[in-house]
Design a protein around this ligand. Structure first.
Ligand code: ADP
Length: 630
């Protein structure tokens, strides 16, 4: 049960990214075709060889095996027509008279018998039996050696092809995507003015490298785009290529790194080789932290990644900027990057791509709704206010979800209601129609949510309510209060944060006051309240006990903002106690405020139970009816 929409900005919508897959590198296809031909060739060699051996056996006729004793007996009786004596076997034919007895081939294992020569001589004299010795050492040996060589070569080829298929050792089969023309320009990237400004120089350089070279200026080799996921880093890189009208090579950092040592490095070589052939161009490496992680042991290291990184550094140092290659890389955790990558001459420029502010969000919504048919109720300003903290990818998703909702409803224009619904879908998930709450649960959830909302309304320093709902959502919430600020704010005062704590704990307070029991529903509120209280003490210097001392630092600024304690264990224990005290005071305040307004709590909750969703206006009008004196 949230009192705010959850921030799922990490779930960025990469639907547009897929478009670049369509322009798969031709070389990749050619390589795959060649490999298929090779596999077919090797299998045919093996089959031919096997077939030849079998055919050889079959064509050499039916051979009947007899014992050496039987052979001597037949020889003595004059039943043997011709004999071939090999080193280890004897092959002979019977003395056939073609009409009555058919010719049969026999083999017998040869044993050491000194009298054999004498017996053969006698048989020749008596019955005309032909005999000869065969020296098999030469031809048979060559045959065996050839068959071994064929087998070994065939197996080697087959094995190396299988390894390559599975991305194993050998030449890189990197997934490099090339777009000859991205078709994206800076106009498609909303907001991010500072980022665009620093990238404009790159565009100019790609247009006219001579201007820079003539004056003796060293050209920038690369820039690092830094920012949270979904803020448009890939889009910006494409826009640079689009503006400069040059091809766009892109590869994800994670696709360089494989299990086998050396593959990543060869992929880096491959990428630069192909890019050099098509220069001027942009090389874009997404998630560069996957290879560019610092080589010190703190963040873990492995030889494959190190080799890949070394190769990347070597390539960056090696290429000639006058050819017009610019490397852009994106990351959301720049702090883990190896210092060598950030040295002058490599990714020495850092372009920050921030989450959009109110204006940025309005612009992004405008860009994405350009081709969407909307009716007159649509107010993008209101929508932007309601989506504080959203990134470009979320906003693109919201517009699309809104359009889908209109289609589902059979309407030809998108309304503001569709878009507001889409915000809820994107942040809280779809309504879970099949999850039916029992009557008691519904009551508890309703009181919990109205507890939050009422406290928000009763305290001056919290944001007005947009909507309260107790329809369960797919992302796990059973209900929530959606608050929207009246204007974008960049600072929060201590009073506002204190009011926020009271509001957060108001859900549990309402449950306890009404039902005299507590449920698991407040876990998310408790988590948020604890985080806020901790930050007030350790980072914002808002606790009188500790004063203005930094007790925690932020790690992973653009991702999950992990906090690392910067104080002694003793202080940490004191901080924990201070957090407990703050939360207890806030909880008591919440209970006190609510118990003074129980009539309003009851009326709004029963309205909510009946209607499941109420708007901010409905909420305020019930409150005004119950408490006209306010
Ligand atoms: P990142 O690379 O930072 O994770 P992307 O560039 O892949 O983010 O953004 C994903 C999608 O979000 C884009 O294709 C685009 O539709 C949308 N988007 C993100 N930021 C913006 C922006 N500033 N303007 C317009 N669209 C944006």
């Amino acid at each position: 049960m949230d009192n705010n929409l959850p921030d799922n900005s990490n779930n960025n919508n990469n639907n547009n990214n897929n478009s670049n897959n369509s322009n798969n590198n031709n070389n990749g296809n050619k390589g795959r075709n060649n490999r298929s031909i090779m596999v077919i060739l090797v299998i045919s060699i093996l089959l031919t060889f096997l077939f030849w051996r079998v055919f050889d056996r079959v064509s050499s006729g039916r051979e009947e095996e007899v014992t050496y004793g039987q052979f001597i007996e037949m020889l003595d009786k004059g039943e043997v027509g011709s004999v071939k004596i090999y080193g280890s076997k004897i092959v002979f034919e019977n003395n056939a008279d073609d009409k009555v007895i058919s010719k049969t081939k026999y083999t017998a294992t040869r044993i050491s018998d000194d009298s054999l020569a004498e017996k053969l001589r006698q048989a020749k004299t008596k019955y005309g039996t032909e005999y000869e010795g065969v020296d098999e050492s030469g031809s048979a040996m060559i045959g065996t050696i050839i068959s071994y060589i064929v087998m070994i070569v065939a197996f080697y080829l087959l094995l190396s092809m299988i390894m390559k298929r599975s991305g194993g050792v050998g030449r890189a089969n990197a997934k490099i995507y090339v777009e000859k023309k991205t078709g994206v320009t800076f106009a498609d990237v909303a907001g991010e003015e500072e980022a665009k400004e620093s990238l404009t120089e790159m565009v100019d350089f790609l247009h006219n490298p001579k201007k820079y070279l003539d004056i003796g200026a060293k050209l920038p080799k690369g820039a690092l785009l830094v920012g949270p996921p979904g803020t448009g880093k890939t889009l910006l890189a494409k826009a640079v290529a689009g503006e400069a009208n040059v091809p766009f090579f892109s590869m994800s950092g994670s696709s360089f790194v494989e299990m086998y040592v050396g593959v990543g490095a060869s992929r880096v070589r491959d990428l630069f080789k192909q890019a050099t052939q098509m220069a001027p161009c942009i090389i874009f490496i997404d998630e560069i932290d996957a290879i560019g992680r610092s080589r010190d042991s703190r963040h873990g290291g492995d030889s494959e990644r190190e080799q890949t990184l070394n190769q990347l550094l070597a390539e960056m140092d090696g290429f000639d900027t006058s050819k017009g290659i610019v490397i852009l890389a994106a990351t959301n955790c720049p702090e883990v990057l190896d210092k060598a990558l950030l040295r002058p001459g490599r990714f020495d420029r850092r372009v920050i791509v921030e989450k959009p502010d109110l204006k940025g969000r309005i612009d992004t919504l405008k860009v994405h709704s350009k081709n969407v048919k909307m009716d007159e109720t649509v107010d993008l300003h209101e929508l932007a206010l309601a989506t504080s903290g959203a990134v470009g990818a979320d906003l693109a998703n919201i517009i699309n979800e809104g359009a889908l909702a209109a289609v589902r409803d059979g309407r030809s224009l998108v309304s503001q209601q569709d878009l507001i619904g889409a915000v809820e879908v994107v942040f809280a998930g779809k309504e879970k129609k099949d999850r039916l709450l029992s009557k008691e649960e519904k009551q508890i959830v309703a009181y919990h949510e109205v507890g939050h909302a009422l406290l928000a309304a009763l305290q001056k320093h919290t944001e007005p309510i947009q909507r309260i709902t107790i329809v369960p959502r797919t992302m796990g919430s059973l209900g929530y209060v959606w608050q929207v600020p009246e204007e974008e704010k960049y600072l929060e005062s201590k009073k506002e944060l204190e009011a926020e704590l009271v509001t957060l704990l108001g859900g549990r307070a309402a449950e306890e006051l009404k039902f005299d029991s507590v449920t698991t529903g407040a876990s998310n509120d408790i988590e948020k309240a604890t985080k806020t209280a901790r930050a007030m003490i350790t980072m914002y210097g808002m606790s009188d006990k500790f004063g203005m001392v930094q007790l925690e630092s932020i790690e992973g600024q653009y991702l999950d903002r992990n906090l690392a304690l910067q104080c002694s264990d003793e202080t940490a224990t004191k901080i924990d106690k201070e957090i407990r005290d703050m939360l207890r005071d806030s909880y008591n305040k919440a209970k006190k405020l609510l118990s003074a307004h129980m009539a309003a709590l009851d009326s709004i909750a029963s309205f909510l139970i009946e209607h499941e969703t109420i708007t901010g206006k409905e909420f305020m009008s019930i409150l005004a009816q119950v408490e006209p004196q306010r």
